[in-house]
Design a protein around this ligand. Sequence first.
Ligand SMILES: Cc1ncc(COP(=O)(O)O)c(C=O)c1O
Length: 406
Amino acid sequence: MSRPPQQPFTTRDATMQAYADHISRGKVELFEELGIDLVLGRRDGPFFWDAFDDRRFYNCHCNGGVFNLGHRNPTIVTALRDALDHIDVGNHHLVSGWKAELARRLAATTGDRLSGAVLSPSGSEAIDVAIKTATAVSGRRTIVSAHGAYHGHTGLAASAADARYHEPYGLALPGFMHVPWNDLPAMDGAITDDTALVLLETVPATLGMPMPDDGYLAGVQQLCRDRGAFFALDEVQTGLGRSGRMWCFEHDEVEPDILVTGKGLGGGLYPIAATLMTPAVHRFYDDEPFVHVSSYGGSDLGCVVALAVLDVVEEPGFLERVEEVGMRLEKELTPLPCEVRRRGLFMGLKWPDEGAGALAAAACIEAGVFAVFANNDTSVLQLLPPLTLDDAQVDELAELLVGALA
Ligand SMILES: Cc1ncc(COP(=O)(O)O)c(C=O)c1O
């Protein structure tokens, strides 16, 4: 066993100071105000520990799904370690069996309906691919997405996200428009014969996990079909088993033309994301094989990791277990004076008052459960436990949550 890496700074204060000097003073000051003095130290399974006083936290933020399978999941670590002895990122111009196999396995999760893939290093880039492929194939120029959405930080993804993610940069690219989430008449009014793409999160995490009304996503899909627009779902947070199904849209029985996945696909160890497409959309890359290149996009190492992630999520009983744990936690949390929004272990606790999600997050952190509020609805506490909790951990987590939030 090798020695763990040393913390680069010997004290909490020195770490905070260097972070403030070189990364963001505002972040350090805000955390100080909120009484959150955490520095991430060792991590294992559902837990991480503070680097300086060894406080232990259940990770119920999971970076939005990056740690779906817990920290340093042994299956994924072994796959990556073994691969590191023999391969590297590969060459994005050349044919690669790893890339082909990952695309094949991802296609299989959609019953081969979304049989083409473009692989990327991050969810944001995979969203950019969805947007620019839709405009390229349709010849249209308008993108419709939802107020309060989050689709990432790159130029196109940030433009599709809520204004708070592009306005601070003075970045308002033409062609992007936003409608209220869950409002079919508004969507009806927005989709025109210039709409290339409607892009939605299946359940918008940053908006506080409001569940789509029955028939909302199917209605949006029908509008897209009727008017010749493509329909894309962003499952960067909701996908890969988080909702108790492989893809959260399976709950809504819709069939998107484009599906974006990321975060958990890299197992918390190696960045990789994917944009899956129907053959009608993906044929663009048959005609233009070198139009989209990415040095680290779909690296061979990332593919090895992603294949191991799929192996774990596709183990018999895995998805059923996610639903079972979700139901157990919901039952324990029901006495709390909040609405429990949930699909599988994609959970949001909606409190009556604005800002209450932030207070709830502070109480959870104090109790040893790391969870954060929804940025675009501060009345909601996001709760995304690892999908790999054992029974004793479920019981302990429920007790900590109820104790912190009662
Ligand atoms: C729904 C959703 N889409 C896209 C992204 C962007 O992914 P990344 O941070 O990997 O660029 C995120 C990240 O939080 C997300 O939550």
